[in-house]
Structures are given as structure tokens and as C-alpha cells.
Design a binder for this molecule. Sequence first.
Ligand code: B12
Length: 210
Amino acid sequence: MDLKSLKESIKNGKAKDTEELVQKLLAQGADAEDILNQALIPAMDEVGELFQQGEYFVPELLVAARAMQKAMEAIRPKLIAKGVKSRGKVVLGTVRGDLHDIGKNLVKMMVEGAGFEVVDLGIDVTPEKFVQAVKDHQAGLIGMSALLTTTMLSMRDTVNLLKSEGVRNQVKVMVGGAPLRKEFADEIGADFYGKDATEAKNYAKFVYEE
Ligand code: B12
């Protein structure tokens, strides 16, 4: 698999090339999950490092993110199992003040691919919106994503609001995103910290099948 050029094309923000390379790999029989884990995610990690080192700035992040989105759209049909009956509902969103949605969208794809119905609230989701969606959809699981050390704190507000609204015992709470750790999840009273989309999917299975 020509993963190196795919990584480079994401890092350079070449959306069209990226899409073509992914399509080519898929046509050659490459596995969508391998493409994701061995090229797309590592490419974004490298973009993050370049940003931290001051070699990339926000515009470079944005074009890389756009290329990443194109790649994700291309692998999406392969990741989503077709015709699977919903195994349960999962409310998902990126927390208040946070606009990063690539990781959240990956979680969505994997969870949907495993046959769950995802209620995607998008980005910048307030605790009130999360709690309302849990009530409206009678969801048994909620997933919150945060990529900033400042915004992850709002996860605690959501957990507390679930409690004060009397629905905490009806729903499991999973959290994830690059700055999070299990200790933080424990501290705010979440049920689960997942380091990646696969763990999110496995936890959804666990919640609905236990
Ligand atoms: C792309 C990117 C952006 C893009 C986002 C585009 C988009 N549509 O998402 C743009 C350019 C908009 C952006 C903006 C900013 N960004 Co930015 N960004 C990134 C970057 C490079 C990659 C993030 C990403 O997509 N990673 C790939 C995905 C697949 O990984 P992931 O999100 O971690 O998700 C995985 C897991 O964490 C997990 N997961 C994620 N969510 C969930 C949820 C659940 C429930 C579970 C179980 C698991 C799970 O599964 C995913 C798949 O395996 C990171 C660097 C990095 N390495 O994280 C910086 C980074 C997150 N950004 C950063 C910063 C500072 C900013 C800005 C403040 C920059 C600025 N000065 O304006 C703004 C903030 C905007 C805002 N209010 O949100 C910092 C954060 C520092 C910090 N610790 O707080 C980082 C770490 C860069 C850095 N090294 O300094 N950014």
C-alpha cells in the first residue's frame, strides 16, 4: 500500500490528490480500517506536531483537515455496514467551545458501522443540548469529544446536568479526544474513556449487550 504518499498528500493539504489516492487504494483491495489507522490518523498526528513546533499555522491545519475529511468521505461507505438493524442509540458531539470534529466523525463512522444509530449533534454542543438529546432520543449512551484542554472541562458540566435533570442513571457517558486521560474521565464521573474510535465502538457494544 502506498501509504507514504497518502500521508504526504494530507500533510500538504491536497484534498483532490488525497481523495484519488484513497480511491486507488480501495480499488486495489486495501482495507478501509488499515488506511485509517496507518495513514490518515498518523498524518493528522504529524500535522499536530508540525503545528506545535511552529512550522505549521492555522491555515495549514485547515487545509490538512479538509484533505482528511475528503479521505474520510471516501472510506466512509466501506466502514459503514449496510442494512444493519439499529442496535441502540448513541448521542454524540464535540463539546461547547470546541470546533474539532474529525475525531468525533471517526467515532461516528465506527459506531454506525457496528450497527448503532448515531444522533450527531455536531460541534460546540452545550451541556443543555446533550441532555435534551438524551431525553428526546431515549439514548442509552452519550459520547463527548474534546480536543482542547480548555473545552474538555465542559464535559463535567454535562455529567452534572445529567444528574440534576435526573437522567444520569439512564445513560452511560463516554468521553474521548487527544487531551483526555482515564483519570480525567473518572474525576468528572464519566463511565468510560476511549482512546480511539475502535474503543468507542467496543464500549457501545458493551453497553447495549451487557
Ligand atoms: C485539525 C486541527 C484543527 C482544525 C480542526 C478542523 C476540524 N474540522 O476538526 C482547526 C484548524 C479548525 C483547528 C483549530 C484550532 N486548534 Co486545532 N488541531 C488540529 C489537529 C492538528 C488535529 C486534530 C485531529 O483532527 N486529529 C485527528 C483525529 C482523528 O484525532 P482525535 O480528534 O484525537 O480523535 C481520536 C481520539 O482522540 C478519539 N476520540 C475523539 N473524540 C472522541 C470521543 C469519544 C467519545 C471517544 C470514546 C473517543 C474519541 O478517537 C479519534 C479517532 O481515533 C490537532 C493536533 C492533534 N494531534 O491532535 C490540533 C490541536 C487540537 N489544536 C490546537 C489548537 C490550539 C487549536 C486552536 C486554538 C488554534 C488557534 N490558535 O486558533 C483552534 C481552536 C478552535 C476551536 N475553538 O476548537 C491544539 C490544542 C492544544 C490544547 N491542548 O488545548 C492542538 C493539540 C495542536 C497543538 N499541538 O498545539 N485545529
